[in-house]
Design a protein around this ligand. Structure first.
Ligand code: GLY
Ligand code: MN
Ligand code: MN
Length: 477
């Protein structure tokens, strides 16, 4: 009891201590004990900045901001997630930052530089609460930026931006909130940058994001390695779930199995909220409530993706909760699988982006007519109402050009059939929702299914589901 009281007291006192006790040690720990030994190196990000520079016209200046901090409620924020374009160019994970990439070297504080990163100032008092900040020196040393300054410095910096320059600016998607305690929050940085670059020509607002979309569409080998890792972790989670699933389990318990594997294998996050929709929820495309008790005879759509060092997987399996597909479930599952095979076969260099969707839609249309679920081809959207593919990378729905497929692009192939209650068909089909989603790399001679580490066929899925899961992962005991 006494120790609990003491703990409470310490906790209550903590803010006062933080304000009163001087904390001066700002240097990084000497020992590098991070488990993350495979983060992409500064040279990768330097190369990406150079590729962007190559896209800029003479006099061009690219300006990108960090993602805003998002408030969850009261004094608690959501976990911070960087703007993927800024991350792709810097590796920076901190908020309140601006990146300038200049086509030609520009004088900044009297020094000619090709790039400038504005970051948060180091702040001993804040770092007691939120952890170490990179600061301007850290940004140069650890991220390899040619020049980095703090947000406070940006107010004083001398930087000529006039009609000889064209500004290409990517604003945050949502406006940031004002932090009255911070003179260099994102709002302040945006206002300062707008002021500093006001005399420059203003390029079309979408141009910078479009250049970055074209760059991000084609992955470099280092990015493919991280995607493979994210996908392998996700496969392991899907296999664990197949073994763990039983009637009476809740959707959130199935989510816990997935999350356990993600975290135990070093994924920092889910790439998107896990979709674990059973029974009627199998027909809700982006269901994330995950509170239902699963019943004997249900299907579970498990659409999950680990995010590893920023790169996310996106893999869906549809599982019979009791381990055996019913006759109707089997018919729909086989049809979706056949559609997916047709979609995957359409993925090759030079093929149209929509080729996979068209191939999958044709199979599903003919199959639904054969099963008597629809009469005419144009009714197919009633049960297959989404696209078949999207790019995959730092975003689960990664940007790209949607032009002909290019080697080293990664995309999903994910047809589905969803027959909610009340659909105009025999009720024996109701509540059957099936999606099968794999992550596919375009290769010189076709494609590679990166997520084939988790089986798809009915026989393989049922065989795996018959195996026990003891809750322990190999190598962790
Ligand atoms: N997980 C969302 C999607 O498959 O697009
Ligand atoms: Mn997807
Ligand atoms: Mn998905």
């Amino acid at each position: 009891m006494r120790s609990i009281t003491l703990l409470l007291l310490l906790h209550t006192l903590a803010p006062v201590w933080a304000q009163e006790r001087p904390v001066t040690r700002l240097s990084s720990p000497v020992v590098n004990d991070s488990a993350d030994t495979d983060l992409l190196p500064p040279a990768f990000y330097r190369g990406r900045r150079q590729a962007l520079r190559d896209s800029l016209p003479a006099g061009g200046v690219a300006v990108l901001f960090a993602a805003p901090v998002r408030n969850r409620s009261n004094d608690v924020d959501h976990e911070y997630h960087q703007d993927p374009d800024l991350y792709y160019l810097t590796g920076l994970r901190e908020p309140n930052a601006v990146l300038f990439v200049f086509k030609e070297p520009q004088p900044v504080n009297g020094r000619e530089v090709k790039e400038l990163l504005v970051v948060r100032v180091r702040d001993p008092k804040r770092e007691v609460w939120d952890g170490e900040r990179l600061g301007s020196e850290g940004a140069m040393v650890r991220l390899g930026l040619e020049m980095a300054i703090t947000g406070e410095d940006l107010l004083q910096v001398t930087m000529a931006m006039d009609e000889r320059h064209t500004r290409f600016m990517a604003l945050p998607k949502d406006p940031p909130a004002n932090d009255p305690r911070d003179p260099a929050d994102l709002q302040d940085l945006m206002a300062t940058v707008a002021d500093r670059t006001a005399k420059a020509e203003h390029g079309p607002p979408e141009r910078l994001r479009n250049w970055l979309a074209a760059m991000r569409e084609v992955k470099l080998p280092e990015e493919i390695a991280l995607l493979r890792r994210a996908i392998d972790i996700t496969c392991e989670a899907q296999v664990a779930l197949m073994k763990a699933l039983f009637p009476g389990m809740t959707e959130f318990q199935s989510e816990a199995v997935v999350q356990f594997v993600f975290t135990a294998r070093g994924a920092e996050h889910e790439g998107y909220p896990s979709i674990l929709g059973s029974g009627r929820h199998s027909c809700v495309l982006h269901y994330v409530t995950n509170r239902r008790i699963m019943a004997n005879g249900d299907l579970l759509v498990s659409d999950v993706g680990a995010e590893y060092h920023g790169y996310t997987a996106d893999v869906t399996r549809t599982l019979p909760v009791n381990g055996r597909f019913s006759t109707e479930q089997k018919a729909i599952y086989e049809l979706v699988l056949k559609a997916q095979d047709a979609g995957i076969a359409a993925v090759k260099p030079g093929a149209p982006f929509r080729g996979a969707h068209e191939a999958a839609t044709e199979v599903i249309t003919q199959g639904l007519i054969r099963l008597g679920l629809i009469q005419k081809a144009d009714e197919v959207k009633r049960y297959f109402m989404h696209g078949t593919s999207h790019y995959l990378g730092l975003d689960v729905h990664d940007p790209g050009t949607y032009g002909p497929l290019k080697v080293n692009t990664v995309l999903t192939v994910e047809p589905g059939i969803y027959i909610p209650q009340g659909s105009p068909c025999d009720p024996k089909w109701w509540d059957i929702g099936v999606r099968i989603e794999d992550d596919v790399l375009v290769t010189a001679d076709g494609c590679e299914v990166l997520s084939d580490c988790v089986p798809r066929s009915i026989a393989e899925v049922e065989a795996l589901m018959a195996e026990p899961w003891d809750g322990v992962l190999p190598g962790l005991r």
